[in-house]
Every structure is written in C-alpha cells, then in structure tokens.
Design a protein around this ligand. Sequence first.
Ligand code: T3D
Length: 256
Amino acid sequence: MPLISDINNNVLYLTLNRPEKLNALTDEMLTGLLSAFKKAEKDTNVRTIVLQGSGKGFCAGQDLPDLESKNRSFYEHINALYMPLVSKMRSLEKPILTAANGVIAGAGSALFLAGDLRVCSTRATLITAFSKIGLPGDTGITWMLTRQAGWNRAFELLTRSEKVSAHTLKDLHLCEHLFEESTFETDLIALAEQMASGPTRTYGLIKRALNHGMSSGFEEHLEYEAWLMDVAAQTADHAEGMTAFKEKRAPLFVGK
Ligand code: T3D
C-alpha cells in the first residue's frame, strides 16, 4: 500500500509508503492523500493529522519516471493533483504536523512546508531539487518560502538546490520541532497527542485567522479576529476552559 492511514488516540497518521523510492509521489498517492485529508476534515475522531514517510525519506517529490510516462502538461497535472492537495492542507481546520526523518525533496518540500508544525529528526535534510531538473517550483513552494524564510533565502534555496540540514531548517524557521533521531518516533507521537488533546476546534479557528491575516489589511483583520472570538465563544472547549480556570484544575478539551 503506497499510503498507509491509521488513527490512534485521535491522531491520524498518514504514511507515504514507497521507501525504496524515498516515497516519491505517484498519481495514486496524490489522489489517496487528498481523499484522506477530506475524510479527516469530517471525522470528529480525528483531531490532529501527521503526514510522514516510511524508511529513509519523507518524500522525494514527484515520481520522475511516472511523470515522463504520461502525456500531459505540467499545468494539467499540478492543477489536477498537487494544487487541491496543498490547498486542502492549508485550509483544513485541524492541526497538521509534517514529520521528516530523512530526505525531503521537490514537491515533497512543498508538502512538508505546508504543515502547521514541521517536525524533523536530526537526520532529516531538505533539497528543493526543482532547479536541478530545470523547473522553477510548484505546489506553493515559492509562496511559502518567501513568506517563511524571506525572498533572498527562497531564491538561494530554489536556485542552488543544495542539501540543507535539519538544524539549518530550524534556524531558517522552516521547522518548529527538532528531535534526536533515536527518540524521533516517541517525541513525535507525544507532540501529536498533546495537540490532539487540546481545544482543536479553536486550533482550527486560529489556523483560519492566521490564513486570513496573510492577505488582509490590519483594520479588516481586526474585525475578522473579533468575529472569530464570538464563534469560539460558542464552543464546548471555551466553556470547559473557563470552568477549569475557576475550579483551578486542568481543562479536559473535547475539540468541539
Ligand atoms: O506535473 C508534475 O507532476 C510536475 C511536478 C513536479 C514536482 C516535483 O516534485 S519535481 C522534483 C522531483 N524530485 C526530484 O527531482 C528529486 C529527485 N531525487 C533526488 O535528487 C535524490 O534522490 C535525493 C536528493 C532526493 C536523494 O538522494 P539519495 O542519494 O539519498 O538517494 P537516491 O539513491 O538518489 O534515491 C534512492 C532511490 O529513490 C533511487 O532508486 P533506485 O535507483 O535505487 O531504484 C532513486 O531513483 C529513487 N528516487 C529518488 N527520487 C525519486 C526517485 N524515484 C522516482 N522519483 C523521484 N523523484
């Protein structure tokens, strides 16, 4: 199975599973990923999603032989499979952790960067790789890198396509959590479960607010934030947070 899906303690683990090809993406995997994210969006049992790769890589991007074997333009393929996927990841109102324990390349870099929390083990590396085959980059990578690392760093990473270490990714604000290789799996699960036991409906609203703020003026955004506070005021988790505060105990959030 090139994509494994497994739910545990309210965390959905989506594992790209073509380790012998560093989890390079085929049409089947891209279609499967999009439908898994859509399903997770509606599933109240899923409160956090982890996207990871099996074996020595996170994802090496588009499967290149597969790309060559099909008679279609880049635009057609990207528009049909990559754009809806990364768009869904950015808008889905549940935390998405992208977790790399090995090499991240090509469109795999875009999927990694599209995570809400990007997690690396000390053995992870990232190489944009697009320019090595004469391509500028897709799946939002130019948009994300300019905003997350700055224009010039984005230019450097995309033109030179050099392998970047996990420590450098952390320094560049392209990775939020860096775990030792030996404890990567347990640390990742602990982080994912911690997120899943939080006020996840509110986390979704935070994601919505941050996305709104990326493309709105300050005054307009102030209005939007204030309105979202009223939306959150209706949630069970807000009531529980307030009660727990008064009772001086830890809140028990349910994600509703
Ligand atoms: O229309 C569209 O879809 C356009 C969209 C394009 C989006 C893109 O993602 S374009 C960019 C595609 N990705 C790349 O160009 C990366 C290609 N891979 C590499 O440069 C290197 O493999 C890595 C730097 C990622 C890792 O190097 P290394 O030395 O650790 O591993 P390796 O030996 O090169 O790879 C291991 C195996 O994975 C190897 O298979 P083999 O020869 O042992 O049978 C290699 O061919 C395979 N592999 C790696 N990347 C891909 C791949 N197979 C298919 N597609 C790949 N992208």
